[in-house]
Design a protein around this ligand. Structure first.
Ligand code: SF4
Length: 168
């Protein structure tokens, strides 16, 4: 059975910067939980950041890939460069994905780690720009299908199209 990496905050874990969660009540997610295929993961906590923590955004709307390449930075509300935590978290997410043979992930939209189609522009003024978070960018580079919390049905379809896992 294929497992799915899911942002921990979507599962009710209070790991967001403000100490809150973003629990999803999607019926597909509930079924996946019953099937035991959900792998919860929070890249920012795994990368060493505490809860709560200052909000952070990718500076100058540069996108997650630029942070991985070292040309972009993630800054928090106090202008502290927290890029290293975000990159470490992304690498740990990838390691977890490898261990669990993950082919599909559902990440929280808009986050500087987990955003899949948009992130915030780095001005802390709620302005969105097209782009992806640092973890989403790294997972996609390895061919993992990264979707968001509005795409559970699509992710479920992708799972059914994957070849069956071989068990030795
Ligand atoms: Fe949720 Fe991802 Fe932010 Fe962690 S890093 S709180 S999993 S959106």
């Amino acid at each position: 059975m294929h497992r799915v990496l899911v942002s921990a905050c979507l599962l009710g874990e209070r790991v967001r910067h403000n100490g809150e969660h973003k629990q999803s009540h999607d019926s597909v997610l509930h079924r996946w939980l019953r099937e035991g295929r959900v792998v919860p993961f929070c890249p920012e906590v795994a990368g060493g950041l505490p809860v709560p923590r200052p909000a952070a955004e990718i500076a100058e709307a540069a996108g997650g890939l630029s942070v991985l390449l070292g040309t972009g930075r993630v800054l928090d509300l106090n202008a502290r460069d927290v890029s290293a935590f975000f990159v470490a978290g992304a690498q740990q997410a990838l390691e977890c994905a490898r261990l669990e043979s993950i082919r599909v992930a559902i990440l929280k939209e808009g986050s500087p780690s987990c955003g899949t189609t948009f992130v915030y522009d780095g001005t802390f003024t709620s302005r969105q720009v097209p782009g992806q978070g640092v973890t989403a960018a790294l997972l996609r580079q390895t061919g993992i299908q990264v979707l968001n919390e509005f795409q559970f049905e699509e992710a479920d379809r992708l799972l059914t199209q994957l070849p069956q896992e071989r068990r030795s």
